[in-house]
Design a protein around this ligand. Sequence first.
Ligand SMILES: [Zn+2]
Length: 459
Amino acid sequence: MTRAYNHRSAFGCWINDMRNKAMPRENWPYGVLDDQTVESIIGCLELQRQAGFNEFCTFGLLVTRDWPVDISSAVSEDRRQKVNTIIKAAHERGIKLLYGLGVYSWGFDEIIKNCLEVRGPNPGAMCGSSPEAWCWMQKVIDYILAEFDVDGFHLEASDQGRCSCPSCAKQGNVEYYSRLNGITAKYIRSKWPDKILMVNMCGYIHLDTKIETADMKYLVDLSRHLDYIIDPGHRGQFIEEKSRKNFIQSLQCDYGTSGGIWVYPPQRWNRLRWFLPHTIRTGQHLKQLYEDGGRAVEYYMGPTVNPGVEVNIAFGGKLLSDVEKDVEKILAEVVEMLYRPKNSAACVQLVDIFQRAENAYFDHWTPDDIAEVEKLGIPGELHPIVYLLGHAPGPAAYLRKPYMDSGGRTAYKKEMISILNDIRTIESGIAAKTRVTRIKTCIKNTIWDIDSCENKTGP
Ligand SMILES: [Zn+2]
């Protein structure tokens, strides 16, 4: 029997992170849902179907930061139709759609401004001790489930921080966030028992710390109301690897991660500016996680027009669907599917090119320096861009210190040039010409970014 993850969730994570056209002047997260967003998301859903994902989750379908006080005016008729188109496209592909739901935060800024009763010291998070805040939370859930055919929720209470009023401050972070996620999950279960419910622990504790043994009971209690918990691993997992097996066994639901390593797609960047496949590293992580008992993954999506993103998604879905399969065989299947090589030699060379491009970056980045300078763990989430927030594309952080030094850049550039030359020698043996052209564009743009780092007057 094939061994597969139960929850193979494709994680948006915001609607325009998957957008195949950059929004160079728009602040993150770009909330407009237009035809380009819909087209890009449906393209991504089709790739998810081919790869074997069974769930898709995204934030921002209805709102980003602000539910209005009347709730329903958030959604215009045009937006409603577009959201329904996306839900239908997921269902037609056998994929369940989970709505990315901020719990007490992400979505309540306007309500916090207007309602004194829910306001604590944090302008981005409602007070966890306020009965009125709990009413607002229920109103939002009731609205979504009355109006839209979603299959469940990604619950997230902890990304924007918490309330620290005297009443809330009595609870530690793990207890506090688990309580808010727990009451929300229980409420949904009581009224809509067939919905899939999961919690993503993004922001639960400081990124450089681990969950203490004394706090694990709050997560075990929370797990009774969920299908799975994701310990994403932005800078390493919150559950220490040595206690992971035991922790997983103690839960009443599945446990998982965001896949080990991922590239958070820079919304303002040209979609062909970077080329960062990571199938070798993803393969190692997913096999080990499954071995330890992990059965859920929330795997980051991105603009599928980027050939590294596209291969990472297809590879991830296929491995999650058949964990014991050899990673090179999976990569070969992915390359066959997307690039249609005309002979086996071209297929082997393409596999080699994706693996070499991965090592060209990750053998030369300096994760220990990053951890030391940023006072955080080694990144699971890699941001190519300097600032997530802002109104300009900006320079490439992932090629500069502390991510990479001059010696690393020289080696990375040398290998990228070598790969570019090798692609030119094999491209006549590949049927999917447009995709090959995109790889070449990505590599040329990467080299341009590397050169810009050496030029102090550059971007
Ligand atoms: Zn409070």
